[in-house]
Design a protein. Structure first.
Length: 637
């Protein structure tokens, strides 16, 4: 006789079928639903399976499709028991059962079932429907099936994945979206272990299916997509009915979140740099006063040096002071990324001043710096101080590179030219050069090729930032031997006059100038007074804005040097007060400051068109600027 598997959620029908079939000599095993039937087939062999059509967790129809779809059980006879007529069974042929037997009165049902089994087991039955002509309509069952069909349609249309899972982690039901998200074929997830389906650990599965009032979410990766698995307890069902897992493709959200985190990091970094910038700006402002005094008095002493030995010592002192100024400017520029204070300027003047500042250092290193300056060069639109910083950094790097080459190669050439509508600045050395693979990196912050002797790695990064902020470009190329840095800058399109400064400017000695100095730093006042008085200027000093305003009311001055940052009455307020008292003075005011990074100061200077001297400045800049705005020089000595 046969070994039979019977699946029915009704204890009554399980008992009825088991007793009747065993009386006929069959061995019978009963289970409560389709899922248990599939699990039983994995552990035991049967000659035929009898399935109720409507069961919880996994229906008879779906269990039959699984049985017929598996190579191991595809030939196993399956009989479906149903309380519906043949025409009421949805897709009866698609279910794949070998026989359909109607649920009716026990005696009649068993007669039809026994006949179907006999024919199936003896191979005389292909497909039959028994007892449907005598069965009564089961309205309740019909409604349940209709509801189930609607539910299936809804689940199939969902873009989210749906998994119904038993408490022991077995998939009871899955919609097409879940199969797609988990990279599985449709209808292949049912009866699979959740651990294998989600490719996660046993502990993670246990956490998902364990009873809990919370709804944890797990993120998993499948085929490059990120899938969020959220748990949702089925309401109104017993715990053994399992739970629902909802799957959502959150790849886009994850990427957006990653971009958000990256943006937040950038904002935090910008905030840190902003704080650093404020600190550095304050330090730079405080350092600008003693550096101004140091540079200025060094220049005065150079004029009075009794011999060449003393002069060389003072030149070394001046060089180190200029080096301090350049370091502070580099840090300030890198930390604050301040906009340039651009005006029509002479690029040749930048070259002349920068080369003069490095004469002593170059001579000490045995380096010859030559200049090849275009005579018909148009004005450029740039910040003079920043462009000095650019050239100082380029020259400093060139000097460093020449330390390792023979004396006959220690040469730097600085050129200016007008090329294709742009100003061209070239700095060429005959050093060891930069390997091609590293040329693009030399402009990165904190990257330096000077190992192990060192370098901050900021000089060329700051240079690159300044040039690009000016709308220009900078590249490094092989000079065979050595390195050539090419800087292109925009040409000024305006007609604003520019102060042209050469290395051999001669002031008109017949036109003395009366100058009012206004600064709250005594060392700066002392320095400027000594310089200008020794040069023949008529100097008056004031250590605050109120005192300066009184002096302006009392008498006339050819020029005023005003510190922008003073207590009580600062330079801006004093400027407006002076313009009210003596409007003609507006064009003869020169401002000094060590901090031009505040937007309000830059706006003020742009609006007024006033001349600015950055601290720490060189003394020749002061006298040259006074002569430029007044047309007068010092009194003849």
């Amino acid at each position: 006789m046969a070994r039979l598997l019977v699946a029915d959620n009704s204890p009554f029908y399980r008992k009825l079928l088991s007793d009747a079939l065993e009386e006929n000599g069959h061995r019978v095993r009963t289970v409560a639903d389709g899922l248990e039937a599939l699990q039983a087939l994995k552990s035991d062999d049967f000659d035929a399976v009898i399935l109720d059509l409507v069961m919880p967790r996994l229906s008879g129809a779906k269990a039959c499709r699984q049985i017929k779809g598996s190579p191991a059980t595809s030939d196993l006879p399956v009989i479906i028991l149903s309380g519906l007529r043949e025409d009421e069974i949805d897709d009866a042929e698609g279910i794949g059962a070998d026989a359909f037997v109607a649920k009716m009165q026990a005696e009649a049902m068993m007669a039809h079932l026994t006949a179907a089994l006999e024919e199936l087991l003896t191979g005389r039955l292909e497909t039959t429907h028994r007892g449907f002509d005598r069965m009564h309509r089961r309205e309740v069952v019909s409604e349940l099936l209709e509801e189930r069909r609607s539910q299936d349609a809804i689940l199939s249309s969902l873009s989210e994945g749906y998994l119904r899972v038993s408490r022991d982690g077995v998939v009871l039901e899955a919609n097409p979206a879940a199969c797609r998200m988990l990279c599985r074929k449709e209808n292949s997830l049912v009866n699979s272990n959740l651990e294998e389906v989600l490719l996660c650990s046993r502990e993670e599965v246990a956490s998902l299916v364990a009873p809990s009032d919370s709804h944890p979410t797990t993120r998993l990766q499948f085929g490059g997509a990120i899938i969020a698995v959220a748990r949702s307890q089925q309401e109104g069902e017993e715990p053994e009915s399992g739970l629902v897992l909802l799957l959502t493709d959150v790849t886009g959200e994850e990427r957006a979140e990653a971009e958000k985190v990256d943006l937040q990091a950038q904002v935090q970094n910008a905030e840190r740099l902003s704080v650093l910038g404020e600190i550095v700006a304050g330090v730079a402002q405080e350092l600008s006063h003693p550096l101004t005094g140091l540079l200025g008095y060094t220049e005065l002493l150079l004029r009075l040096a009794p011999d060449e030995r003393s002069r060389n010592r003072l030149k070394k002192l001046e060089h180190e002071a200029l080096r301090c100024r350049r370091i502070v400017e580099n840090l300030l520029c890198f930390a604050r990324k301040r906009p340039a204070y651009r005006r029509p300027q002479s690029l040749n003047n930048v070259v002349i001043r920068s080369v003069q500042a490095l004469e002593v250092a170059a001579a000490k290193a045995g380096v010859d710096i030559r200049t090849e300056l275009a005579s018909d060069l148009p004005q450029g639109l740039f910040d003079f101080g920043q462009m000095e910083q650019v050239l100082a950094n380029l020259l400093a790097n060139a000097l460093q590179s020449l330390a390792s080459v023979p004396p006959d190669r220690r040469q730097i050439v600085v050129r200016t030219a007008f090329r294709e509508g742009h100003l061209r600045l070239e700095v060429e050395d005959r050093g060891p050069g930069i390997p091609a693979a590293l040329r693009e990196r030399v402009f990165e912050p904190f990257y330096t090729t000077r190992r192990p002797e060192g370098g901050t790695g900021l000089g060329l990064a700051v240079t690159y930032g300044i040039v690009t902020e000016h709308g220009g470009s900078i590249v490094a190329e092989d000079a065979e031997p050595g390195t050539r840095i090419l800087v292109d800058l925009p040409v000024s399109r305006g007609d604003q006059a520019v102060v042209q400064i050469t290395d051999r400017e001669i002031r008109d000695p017949s036109l003395p100038s009366a100058v009012l100095l206004v600064d709250d730093e005594p060392v700066v006042l002392d320095l400027l007074e000594d310089l200008l008085s020794d040069s023949g200027f008529q100097v008056t000093r004031a250590d605050n804005g109120a005192q300066a305003l009184e002096l302006v009311v009392e008498r006339e001055f050819d020029a005023m040097l005003i510190d922008l940052k003073m207590p009580d009455m600062d330079g801006r307020r004093l400027y407006h007060e002076v313009c009210q008292q003596r409007p003609a003075m507006a064009s003869r005011i020169i401002f000094t400051t060590g901090d031009l990074d505040r937007p309000d100061l830059r706006t003020f200077l742009d609006d007024t068109g006033a001349v600015l001297l950055r601290k720490p400045f060189k003394l020749e800049e002061v006298a040259d600027t006074i002569q430029a705005i007044t047309g007068k020089g010092a009194a003849p000595g």
